[in-house]
Design a protein around this ligand. Structure first.
Ligand code: UD1
Ligand code: CA
Length: 478
């Protein structure tokens, strides 16, 4: 695929983010399965640009490592000690090859809901009007803290003023600067060379480029978006939560339009990285996280978390916690199951109530219906692990594997002490402690034969309700 040789993207991510009150850099906080900077990078790359440059400074190593891991082709520009969005863009431009003379899109690392459709409209508006600078703006009932778009009597943009530098009259303007722009490269480069830090914050403002370009005879305009969320910045934990909730609502709405049944989006959380097929269902109180996939006819929830898990056609996962599992078509999980990484459930298999599986392959049609732990095991098809079966995979030092064949019947409350192998069709008796391999077709019985001591209760617990009941029962028989 040819990249869009006419577009470069600059992402501003050098700021401190002090209002998060966090040891984690702001742009590395997560919503919807990605960090803020990853959301912005993903949107940037949807434009298929010729270059993407991220500007870093605060917590430089951590932020740079996160960017490079997510999108290795991203160029990094280090901001020096001169503060401000204008300086940040200036240093990003220095990292873009000199022969690039297309449009430069400027995004903020802390504005995660920007989308490529909006940016496409911004780019179109910019080129249709042959502008040098196009600002993405919005009308905010409460514009507090944001830069205001200034317009002349004819309605044409005349500049941007930061709130701290604004007059009372300018503060009453409700059209705000979204902090997202398209520039003609040469125009922004020339403008930034003329901008100083002589303002209320002592910063080199990118916003000053509007007036400077206009003064030089350039063309500046604004594209007004009706969707304020696309420019919503995250500055504190409350805004992070708000953006996360809105992102989730958008993901759920998109999936619903694609045919996914989401009964209650308000209590359903689906990461942007998850894939759900039409006619899959997510019931209330559920989380579909990471690169999970849910096939048609599958039902997840209620009150279920699946992370990095594949749920096959028609499978159900009810009130369970599942991480790193593969659940084949028609399998049923829960209620109250805990599937850990490496759990692979065959077709039409069953993992029931209060069952934990780890690194275990369960064959087609096999069942672990109640109260079990099964770790590091391979189970064939058509086998049943009775209630309370424990696979003791850990000898205190090492973990060992257990192999169970096809059509095995493990008796209730058996303990299978790994490493051990149970052959096809074998049975273990209830309560068996299986320390040695069981050949195919054998019955493993390890508990002592039962011995009844007649009237033990009446003799040793006289006067108790049990003794009275026993006497009455025996009396009836005698
Ligand atoms: C900026 C705009 C304001 C607009 C608002 C929208 C300026 C001067 N003001 O204000 O008009 O309404 O965004 O959200 O541009 N950054 C750097 N290096 C710096 C300073 C900032 O990379 O030296 C980055 C920050 O990490 C952030 C982005 O630039 O990602 C915006 O900076 P911020 O300080 O949040 O600007 P605002 O005060 O919000
Ligand atoms: Ca901001």
């Amino acid at each position: 695929m040819r990249s869009n040789s006419k577009v470069a993207v600059v992402i501003l991510a050098a700021g401190q983010g002090t209002r998060m009150k966090s040891a984690l850099p702001k742009v590395l906080h997560r919503i919807g399965g990605r960090s803020l900077i990853e959301h912005v990078l993903a949107t940037a790359y949807e434009l298929d640009p010729a270059h993407v440059v991220a500007v870093v400074r605060h917590e430089r190593e951590r932020v740079a490592a996160a960017i490079t891991e997510f999108a290795p082709q991203t160029l990094l520009a280090d901001q020096d000690e001169i503060p401000g969005t204008g300086r940040a863009v200036e240093q990003a431009l220095a990292a873009i090859p000199a022969d690039f003379d297309g449009s430069v899109v400027v995004l903020s690392g802390d504005v995660p809901l920007i989308d490529s459709v909006t940016l496409g409209q911004l780019l179109t508006d910019h080129s249709d009007n042959a502008r040098d600078m196009t600002i993405l703006s919005a009308i905010f009932a409460d514009p507090t803290g944001l830069g205001r778009i200034l317009r002349g009597a004819d309605g044409a943009v005349t500049g941007i003023v930061e709130e701290k530098d604004a007059t009372d009259e300018q503060r009453r303007v409700t059209e705000i600067n979204g902090g997202i722009y398209v520039f003609k490269r040469s125009a922004v480069t020339e403008a930034l060379a003329q901008i100083d830090t002589n303002n209320a914050q002592g910063e080199k403002y990118l916003t000053d480029a509007a007036a400077v370009i206009l003064a030089g005879g350039g063309i500046v305009g604004a594209t007004l978006t009706t969707d304020p969320w696309v420019i919503a910045g995250v500055n504190d934990r409350a805004q992070l939560a708000d953006a996360g909730r809105e992102l989730n609502a958008r993901v759920c709405r998109r999936l619903q339009r694609e045919g996914v049944a989401i009964v209650d989006p308000a209590t359903t959380y689906i990461d942007v990285t998850a894939t759900l097929a039409p006619d899959s269902t997510v019931l209330p109180g559920s989380f579909v996280l990471g690169n999970s996939t849910v096939a048609a006819g599958a039902i997840v929830g209620p009150a279920t978390t699946i992370a990095n898990t594949a749920v096959g056609e028609g499978a159900t996962v009810l009130r369970s916690e599942v991480n790193g599992a593969v659940i084949a078509a028609g399998a049923t999980v829960g209620p109250f199951a805990y599937l850990r990484p490496g759990s692979e459930l065959g077709e039409n298999s069953k993992v029931g109530a209060f069952v934990e599986l780890k690194n275990t392959q369960l064959g087609a049609g096999s069942k672990v219906p109640h109260l079990s732990y099964v770790g590091d095991a391979q189970v064939g098809s058509g086998s049943n692990l009775g209630a309370g079966t424990i696979v003791a995979n850990y000898d205190g030092v090492k973990k060992h594997r257990t192999v169970i064949g096809d059509e095995v019947r493990v008796g209730s409350k058996s303990v299978l002490v790994a490493p051990v192998e149970i052959g096809a069709g074998a049975y273990t008796a209830a309560g068996a402690v299986v320390r040695k391999d069981v050949p195919a077709g054998a019955l493993a019985l390890s508990v002592a034969p039962q011995r009844n001591t007649p009237n033990w209760v009446q003799q040793n617990r006289p006067g108790t309700t049990s003794a009275d009941a026993a006497s009455a029962a025996n009396g009836e028989k005698n």
